[in-house]
Design a protein around this ligand. Structure first.
Ligand code: ADE
Length: 224
């Protein structure tokens, strides 16, 4: 059974192109994973379709009300599914976490909005909280898109060429080496000689050296 993902968001259209285009779009079309996007407002009950309210205790901004989000999750959840809330105060997303999630059967992703969500949503219907990085987005829908894209790459068949997974940044804990394609000379800049040599051992050596060099410069923390 392919992985099934339900996304609950107040901005479902934000995901339209993300899920339709490129490798992710092809992976979904080929049935390697299934993604359903739901508008949280479908679970509001008043005539204004209210999803947020002012925070108890005061403070700026609005807070997502508990009823629509909890009703939505209860409607789509299945036994054993993983219910995830995207939030900057969650566990940082890593390749290992993306890989682990890619092996699940069913994920439910809740995107937060406003200044946050009512704590009772987290306490009752959320199994895991995930952040995509130490910056704050205007809402969690792009974070859900990032999570889906990052984990989809680990699902067999999604990346046409299996090799591209093993060769790249973070799998090896090193950043990528520079890539070149034709033309071999462009505006006076030539492709490094070794890449044209056909000597695979030398090419591997050169690429590894560039990876170490780049990692030392940009992400020395990865080398520790
Ligand atoms: N929502 C807003 N900012 C976020 C982040 N950095 N990660 C996950 N969800 C978020």
């Amino acid at each position: 059974m392919p992985l099934k993902i339900d996304v609950l968001t107040l901005f479902p259209r934000m995901l339209d192109s993300v899920l339709a285009e490129s490798i992710l779009g092809k992976g979904i079309a080929a049935g390697h994973l299934g993604v359903s996007v739901h508008d949280l407002r479908a679970w509001t009950t008043d005539k204004h379709r209210t999803a947020d309210d002012r925070p108890f205790g005061g403070g700026a901004g609005m807070v997502m009300k508990p009823e629509p989000a909890i009703a939505a999750i209860e409607a789509v959840q299945t036994p054993g599914c993983r219910r995830i809330y995207l939030t900057p105060d969650g566990t940082p997303l890593s390749p290992a976490l993306a890989e682990e999630l890619s092996r699940q059967q069913h994920l439910v992703l809740l995107s937060g909005h406003y200044e946050g969500i009512d704590q009772r949503i987290r306490d009752t219907v959320i199994d895991q909280e995930i952040s995509i990085g130490d910056y704050v987005l205007t809402n969690g829908t792009l974070a859900a898109a990032v999570l889906i894209d990052a984990l989809a790459r680990f699902i067999p068949g999604v990346l046409g060429e299996e090799k591209s997974l093993t060769h790249e940044s973070f799998t090896s804990k090193l950043l990528d080496f520079p890539q070149y394609t034709r033309p071999a000379e462009y505006r006076g800049m030539s492709v490094p000689e070794v890449l044209l040599s056909g000597n695979h051992a030398e090419i591997e050596k050169w690429r590894h050296a560039r990876q170490v060099e780049k990692t030392r410069l940009v992400r020395p923390d990865l080398l520790k």
